[in-house]
Design a protein. Structure first.
Length: 345
């Protein structure tokens, strides 16, 4: 069977195109789309629940739905780019598809940051539904993905505060505590609560806790399993501190190069469908952590309503600053109020 294989320099590592011509049983249908191999990179470990439970089967489903013409190759653990460069590398064509927390791309998603405001959500599914509604209602959020094909948008499960020290009788004063946080909004929240925030890659959290370089973490609860933190934590504070938004994006030029049938197949498997699958995987992983952390000797304080009210009051300055920073660029106050309305429904 004569075969011509072209490696396109236009998209670098993002795309390998195979044009098949010739024998029956292979490509006697001249209208069949070319075969495409797409690289998909993200910064999380290969054991991460979203990688295992969502993207490995998603890649298989895309292959089947496109009649075997679109193959997705997964590169976890920053295999194609560091966490802060995933979005840019995807938009520029260095990789075909990228997934990462939006907060890793500092300043790139100011409107979508709204869902990261503290003490708002109870689950990833709830926050993801709200995020999609905000995406549909506010151009400011949609425009942040104008340079890529947006395939998914979701949040992780709710983050609590986890500490290396043993359990306290009440929620601790954060004054003097060094706490790892994932995004700029959470950096400001920890500062507002009197702590010293640091932003470490997830791969460094365990060692930093074990060595005493940090006192604790604000991390999605599923992260205790994803990053094997059980042995270096002594206590937790249930506060529903925040969620963090993620994007799933494809290089726009690569998307445009796909056939109509390939695009339609991928669209059917993307958007809210893959987003809610990822959110459900996060929530299930969080529930599994709830069952496991007591067995690991970690005690958890449920923060009281009076203390939580104090934390909310302190963190309100973070919300106010966010609104003030962006009020001239998009309807930040209206967006925040709408998010609270949706979360309360």
């Amino acid at each position: 069977m004569p075969t011509t294989r072209l490696r396109t320099s236009l998209l670098g590592a993002a795309l390998v195109v195979s044009l098949l011509t010739g024998a029956a049983g292979c490509s006697d249908n001249v209208d069949a789309p070319p075969s495409v191999t797409i690289s998909f990179g993200h910064p999380f470990p290969p054991s991460h629940p979203v990688h295992v439970q969502v993207f490995e089967p998603w890649a298989d489903e895309v292959l089947q739905a496109t009649g075997g013409t679109v193959t997705i190759e997964l590169y976890p653990g920053q295999g194609l780019s560091p966490r802060s460069e995933v979005y840019k590398n995807t938009a520029d064509g260095g990789q075909g598809i990228g997934w990462a927390l939006q907060g890793y791309s500092l300043g790139r998603f100011p409107a979508a940051e709204v869902v990261g405001m503290p003490f708002t959500f109870d689950s990833a599914v709830e926050a993801t539904e709200v995020l999609w509604t905000l995406h549909d209602e506010f151009e400011a959020i949609r425009s942040e993905y104008a340079d890529v094909k947006l395939l998914g948008l979701w949040t992780n499960d709710v983050a609590d505060l986890w500490l290396a020290a043993p359990k306290a009788s009440t929620a601790p004063d954060l004054s003097g505590l060094t706490v790892r946080t994932p995004t700029q909004i959470q950096v400001e929240v920890v500062e507002a609560l009197g702590g010293n925030p640091v932003n470490l890659p997830v791969q460094e959290i365990r060692a930093a806790l074990a060595q005493g370089d940090i006192d604790g973490v604000m991390v999605a609860n599923s992260g205790l399993s994803s990053y094997d933190l059980y042995g270096v934590l002594g206590s937790g504070v249930q506060c529903n501190c925040h969620v963090s938004a993620s994007f799933l994006a494809m290089n726009q030029e690569l998307w445009d190069s796909l056939s109509d049938s390939q695009q339609q197949a991928i669209d059917r498997l993307s958007g809210r469908a893959v987003s809610l699958a990822a959110a459900r995987a996060y929530d299930a992983a969080s529930q599994a952590v709830d069952e496991r952390y007591p067995q690991a000797g970690i005690d958890k304080v449920v923060i009281g309503e009076a203390e939580l009210a104090l934390w909310r009051d302190s963190a309100q300055s973070v919300v106010d600053r966010w609104i003030g920073r962006h009020a001239a660029d998009f309807p930040a106050r209206e967006m925040y109020k709408r998010m609270l309305e949706l979360a309360a429904d």
